[in-house]
Write a protein that binds this ligand. Structure first.
Ligand SMILES: Nc1ncnc2c1ncn2[C@@H]1O[C@H](COP(=O)(O)OP(=O)(O)OP(=O)(O)O)[C@@H](O)[C@H]1O
Ligand SMILES: [Mg+2]
Length: 460
């Protein structure tokens, strides 16, 4: 007799509407933590179980970000019993093939990132779930639509979820045009936050309390699910479709620069920049992490840029080449021409001691620095801007910042980086001093390059 697996999940509100939706494109939009991803994953799993030989895809813009969020819910909440019973087996993938969950009925759920498109785009699917669809470009979306023709299920569907973004985002425009159906997910749809009678659970009180502490545009989007633009955006020319780019091999002869904004309660930010032959700046690595000591950051940084070329041969179980004085460590990339830091003297001294590199103090003029960054974000004569971020630059997401729904990288800060508009203050002069750590480091970098030493004029 086949074993019967029991799985508990009851969808509410928009999650329930998603279960019944057969539209070719459907987007679950809503504030943080309403159960959007869970609903889409539950539907996907149910479709795979019911239709043998079906093919599904779980995809996000970058594979790394998918691993830290979506797949945990999949493993621990959705496919849990099927995995435990051996009906669903993980296949880790290969150089050519994407990783996948394989079902005993012949169905498959491929898991991938659009940063390695050839792996996921070479197959056909019945259903695709895009997590955090805001991160995609319209070209990504349209390319995914062409992959929906496996024909093992009576309908084919592109499902997606997101937190709201700028109201002029292409995805919202797609909804407004009627190409994509939008379902509005609410906190009340999540039974871990709200009881059926509409009162908050204990966990709900904590979670909503946390969201109530958010400010600015993040509050409107993540607490209330509104598609709003920040007022007084500083980097108005910032366009993720232009300024965020996929990784490429950075030529070894490009000059490297590091810029640093110190922090402990607030995140410490290290940005590693490469400068191409035309003077363009490319952010290719970023540490953005709170509650770590400078010396621990220094140790991590050295691990990222050095490898062991000649091991001492120690067989000790706890041997670590990076901590061993007898192993020969070499740099895997050019040393930075300068390590540009904010002015905290003690942190600078600690960092210098542990990195074995000298540092220089950033030019701190806020207004000049911002203008210089704005200028770089605009298109230059050849139609391209002069500053880019490789979208997978972040080394690791800080779970504490993630939990507090704070920005977790410079790219996540920029859309909410706004002028202080307190009445009585001069407009467009000072930024709101919040969630600005990556923006500060970016400003230091650009100021270093573009605001060269100017003659000091003394007025007598
Ligand atoms: N109907 C439900 N029954 C039980 N648990 C649920 C249900 N809906 C959501 N949850 C749980 O609530 C938590 C948050 O859900 P989920 O991660 O899907 O939210 P989200 O809307 O995708 O959040 P974010 O906007 O942060 O991506 C998860 O642990 C999920 O398992
Ligand atoms: Mg989600």
């Amino acid at each position: 007799m086949p074993t019967v697996l029991r799985h508990a999940y009851r969808p509410w509100g928009a999650a329930k509407a998603l279960m019944n939706c057969r539209e070719p494109e459907v987007l679950l939009s809503g504030p943080a933590g309403t159960g959007k991803s869970r609903a889409a994953l539950e539907k996907l799993h149910a479709m795979m179980l019911r239709n043998s030989g079906a093919r599904g895809l779980i995809v996000r813009k970058t594979l790394v970000s998918l691993g830290s969020t979506g797949l945990v819910t999949w493993r621990e909440k959705v496919a849990t019993e099927s995995i435990a019973a051996g009906h669903v087996v993980w296949y880790g993938g290969s150089q050519q093939e994407a990783a996948a969950y394989r079902y005993s009925n012949g169905s498959t759920v491929v898991v991938g990132g659009l940063d390695k498109p050839q792996k996921v785009m070479s197959s056909e699917y019945d259903v695709i779930f895009v997590q955090e669809a805001i991160e995609l470009t319209i070209d990504d979306w349209e390319a995914l639509l062409t992959r929906l023709r496996n024909g093992r299920i009576s309908f084919q569907q592109l499902m997606a979820d997101c937190n709201p973004a700028h109201p002029t985002h292409w995805l919202k425009a797609r909804v407004d045009r009627g190409d994509t159906v939008m379902l509005h997910s609410r906190h009340e749809d999540n039974p871990t936050l709200f009881h059926e009678d509409g009162t908050l659970t204990v966990a709900g009180r904590n979670y909503i309390g946390k969201l109530d502490k958010l400010t600015g545009v993040r509050f409107h989007r993540l607490r209330h699910g509104r598609w709003v633009a920040a007022e007084g955006i500083i980097y108005e020319g910032w366009n993720p479709a232009v300024h965020l780019v996929d990784r490429f091999d950075i030529p070894p002869d490009w000059t490297r620069w590091w810029s640093i904004d110190f922090g402990f309660t607030n995140p410490f930010v290290l940005q590693c920049w490469a400068e191409d032959g035309d003077g363009r700046l490319w952010l290719y690595r970023e540490i953005y992490h709170s509650r770590r000591l400078v010396e621990d950051h220094a140790r991590q940084i050295l691990r990222l840029v050095r490898r062991c070329e000649e091991c001492c041969g120690s067989k000790a179980a706890d041997h670590d080449c990076h901590d061993c004085r007898r192993c020969r460590l070499v740099w895997t990339e050019p040393r930075p021409r300068a390590v540009i830091c904010d002015h905290d003297a003690e942190d600078r001294a600690t960092l210098e001691r542990h990195l074995g590199l000298s540092t220089s103090a950033a030019r701190k003029g806020v207004s000049d620095g911002i203008q210089a960054v704005q200028a770089r974000q605009r298109e230059a004569g050849d139609g391209r801007p002069r500053l880019f971020i490789l979208r997978d630059s972040l080394v690791e997401r800080d779970p504490e910042l993630e939990d507090a729904k704070k920005p977790c990288s410079t790219a996540e800060e920029v859309p909410g980086y706004v002028w202080d508009q307190t009445p009585g203050k001069p407009p467009k002069e000072t930024p709101v001093k919040q969630d600005d750590h990556g923006c500060d480091a970016m400003r230091y970098m650009v100021a270093q390059k573009d605001l060269g030493a100017r003659p000091r004029i003394r007025v007598m």
